[in-house]
Design a protein around this ligand. Structure first.
Ligand code: FES
Length: 200
C-alpha cells in the first residue's frame, strides 16, 4: 500500500516590492534640507534679523526715555540730624550708636577732660576707610592700612597724614544735639571753637 505524500507547505508571501528605485541616506538628507529651505529661506532669515534689530533698538530708546522721566533717587542719610540730648551720652565713653547710620562717633568728655561733647567723622584720612574703635587699646584703628588715631582723633601710627575730622555740633532749641557732617573741622587748632566742641 502506497502512502499519500503530505501536502507541501505554501511559501511565505513576499513583501511587496517598493515602487520605484530605493533612495540612499544621502538622498534623504538632501530632501530634508530642501523641505527646510522651503520654510526658511535666506530672505526670511534676513527679514527676521532686521525686525529683531529694530525691536531691540526701540526697546533701548524706550528705556532711555523712561530713565529721563524717572529721576535717580538716592537714599543717603541726611547730613544734618539730631542725636538726642547730651546727658544721654556717658562721660568718658566713645559712643558708637550712630556709626552705622551716620558714620560718626559721639564722645562726651569727663569733667576733668573738659566736660564737653564732640563728634568725630568716622572716615580715615588716608584713603577713606572706616576705622574701628578699640576700647581695650583706647584708640581708633583703620583696618585697611593700619593707621591709628588717639581718642581725640589725632593720628599717631600708619600712613594717615592728618587727624580724623570733627563735625559741627550745636544745641537745637529742643535741647538736642544737632550734628552737621558736611561741616567739618580738619585742623586741631579749630577744635576748641564752640561749634566743634559743645560745652554741656
Ligand atoms: Fe585707613 Fe589707609 S585708609 S590706613
Amino acid at each position: 500500500m502506497t502512502e499519500t505524500p503530505a501536502p507541501a507547505t505554501p511559501p511565505a508571501p513576499k513583501p511587496p516590492a517598493p515602487k520605484g528605485p530605493l533612495k540612499s541616506a544621502q538622498q534623504v538628507e538632501v530632501d530634508e534640507s530642501k523641505v527646510w529651505n522651503l520654510w526658511f529661506t535666506r530672505r526670511e532669515f534676513l527679514t527676521l534679523a532686521a525686525w529683531g534689530a529694530f525691536l531691540a533698538g526701540l526697546g533701548g530708546s524706550l528705556m532711555a526715555l523712561l530713565r529721563y522721566f524717572i529721576p535717580n533717587v538716592t537714599y543717603d542719610p541726611p547730613s544734618v540730624f539730631k542725636i538726642g540730648k547730651p546727658e544721654e551720652y556717658m562721660a568718658g565713653v566713645v559712643d558708637e550708636r550712630w556709626k552705622k547710620k551716620h558714620r560718626v562717633w559721639v564722645i562726651r568728655d569727663t569733667p576733668s577732660q573738659g566736660g564737653g561733647l564732640f563728634v568725630i567723622f568716622a572716615r580715615c584720612t588716608h584713603l577713606g576707610c572706616t576705622p574701628n574703635w578699640l576700647e581695650g587699646q583706647n584708640k581708633f584703628k583703620c583696618p585697611c592700612h593700619g593707621s591709628g588715631f588717639r581718642r581725640a582723633g589725632i593720628n599717631f601710627e600708619g600712613p594717615a597724614p592728618r587727624p580724623l575730622e570733627r563735625c559741627k555740633v550745636v544745641l537745637a532749641e529742643d535741647g538736642q544735639v544737632l550734628v552737621d557732617v558736611n561741616n567739618r573741622f580738619k585742623n586741631p587748632k579749630d577744635w576748641t571753637k564752640p561749634e566743634a566742641y559743645l560745652k554741656v
